[in-house]
Design a protein around this ligand. Structure first.
Ligand code: AMP
Length: 517
């Protein structure tokens, strides 16, 4: 998972500060690396490194990131690699100087890398699918012929050439991809894969002098907080282009786009104050809570629950509504240390188990002698739930019930969410009763998939399909083979992750535009 942003400000302005602020808002989408590239006339300035946004950009970097147009990226490695050479934005010098920031995962990156080498005479130097994507874009633009971009300040590259190249890009690529990019000195572009798997929105704001500025981002909250308005989703397959002089163009670049956006964005990833494809994430989470409560009433009408508690933070909104629907008190039972990193992406199982305890601490008064229902957004390996149930018992809970607002996770996510190997999922090959026993709960309930889909649907007349592949194993791109899944698992299992993370910060050693250290 990653977060991306692009801003085309008014000529003469500097968008560095806005990009930085936008990346801070998107930080939850990736904490592994961050980067910004700006375009100052026809010069690119880049700063990227491993780390959080606040640690990557210092004053000296910000000063050098001059220019009225720029893009940014926060990274969360999808396939387990943490190499800083793969931090984004990525750059290729030909044609024109192109930079991109990508969120998602290409499922045919290997084949495309080969085609790039053999047919297009382009070398991809990392294992990053985003580098493949960048080179495919570059090649398709180059194929359109030799065109001067700018002659004596007049723009010569027809924007329809860009759209034509994106059509070809869609034709070649398969997977989840939301992309924002820049063509040096010419403009900013953004597009979304034909299923719209990963989110992407755009908006505008009119400056005091009447000039319209444009911005694109993974989540609406990033644009809203920067003061952009009229926020819309980039439709699946659609491409938008904003020229350096602020003109905005939009075109559908796929012959059969079909919205099938990732449902896990609503369950876990996105911020609750974002709206994705017209549906408020907050509202979706409340709906999930309501449907969970209904299921509990069906399975256990005499549940005897005294208190409903969220697992902070992503279980909170579902828990609020579960409590309301059950007519039971909602209480916070755990205090979260917000300065501890995420438990899920800790490399090894031992380290992960240990970090749950450091992250969440129980308030004994809230548990003592009570039947508590703990609500989390999802159960992945089961480390969090097992540890939390144990803590609840230690501080005196009479009975501990556990609810997940997502169904059991069973299949790998291939479109850009970091999920473990199948065998590491707690639900892999186990019944609900077995999982209940393994996490030590007195009662375990998972959301039904139909209910999750209904919870994320705006209204019946606006119903559409979602990518629910990690629950069903059905992949919308239709090209996922067992061989591919096995290759992915080798990259994602704990052994692989331990192998490439020795805790030492890496040197950036990429053949790239000058990275401002
Ligand atoms: P686990 O302890 O492995 O069962 O992880 C469960 C927790 O991880 C839940 O509380 C979720 O909020 C969180 N989670 C779910 N999916 C992901 C993901 N892809 N990356 C990071 N955290 C996740």
């Amino acid at each position: 998972m990653c977060g991306i942003i692009g801003i085309a400000g008014q000529p003469g302005s500097h968008v560095n500060k806005m990009l930085y602020d936008g990346l801070l808002v998107l930080q939850h989408r990736g904490q592994d690396a961050a980067g910004i590239v700006t375009c100052d006339d026809d010069h690119l300035h880049l700063r990227k490194s491993n780390g959080l946004v606040r640690d990557v950009f210092h004053e000296r970097h910000m000063e050098r990131l001059q220019g009225s147009m720029g893009i940014g990226h926060v990274r969360y490695p999808t396939a387990g690699t943490c190499s800083s050479a793969e931090a984004q934005p990525l750059y290729v010098n030909s044609p024109y100087g192109i930079t991109i920031a990508h969120n998602g995962n290409l499922v045919n990156a290997k084949q495309q890398a080969r085609q790039l080498y053999l047919d297009d005479l382009r070398h991809v130097n990392t294992t990053s699918d985003s580098e493949v994507l960048l080179n495919v874009i570059a090649h398709e633009l180059q194929k359109l012929g030799k065109r001067q971009l700018k002659i004596e300040d007049e723009l010569y590259l027809d924007v329809h050439q860009v759209f034509k190249a994106v059509r070809e890009v869609h034709y070649r690529l398969s997977g989840g991809y939301s992309v924002v990019g820049m063509i040096n000195g010419y403009g900013l572009f953004a597009f979304r894969d034909p299923f719209g798997i990963r989110p992407l929105v755009y908006g505008n704001s009119v400056s005091e002098s009447g000039v319209t500025e444009w911005a694109v981002a993974s989540e609406s909250v990033a644009l809203e907080t920067l003061g952009f308005e009229d926020i819309k989703d980039v439709a699946p397959g659609e491409c938008i282009f904003i020229s350096v002089d602020g003109k905005m163009y939009i075109e559908q670049c796929h012959s059969s786009p079909k919205l099938q956006n990732c449902i896990f964005e609503y369950v876990y990833f996105s911020r609750p104050d974002s709206v994705i494809d017209g549906m408020s994430v907050h509202k979706a989470r409340l709906n999930m809570g309501e449907r969970l409560a209904d299921k509990i009433m069906r399975l256990k009408p005499d549940h005897g629950i005294d208190v409903v508690m969220p697992i902070p933070d992503s279980g909170r909104y579902a828990a609020i509504q579960t409590a309301a629907r059950l007519g039971v008190e909602f209480r916070e039972g755990f205090v979260k240390n917000r300065y501890v990193g995420r438990t899920f992406i800790m490399p090894g199982q031992a380290q992960r188990k240990d970090s749950v305890r450091k992250k969440l601490n129980p308030l004994p008064d809230e548990f003592s002698g009570k039947t508590v229902l703990l609500v989390d957004d999802s159960i992945v390996r089961g480390n969090t739930s097992r540890k939390i149930v144990e803590m609840a018992r230690q501080v005196g809970a009479k009975k501990v019930y556990f609810a997940s607002s997502a169904p059991p996770l069973l299949h790998p996510n291939v479109y850009g969410i970091d999920m473990p190997a199948r065998s590491e999922y707690i639900a892999h090959g186990q019944s609900i009763k077995e999982i209940e026993k393994e996490i030590g709960a007195d009662f375990l309930v998972y959301q039904d998939l139909d209910d999750l889909i209904a919870a994320c649907t705006i209204s019946e007349d606006k119903a559409h399909d979602f990518d629910t592949s990690c629950f069903t194993g059905e992949y919308c791109t239709g090209d996922i083979t067992e061989e591919y899944l096995q290759m992915l698992e080798l990259q994602r299992n704990d052994a692989a992750k331990n192998g490439n993370d020795d805790g030492e910060p890496e040197e950036i050693d990429s053949m790239d535009i000058h990275n401002e250290d």
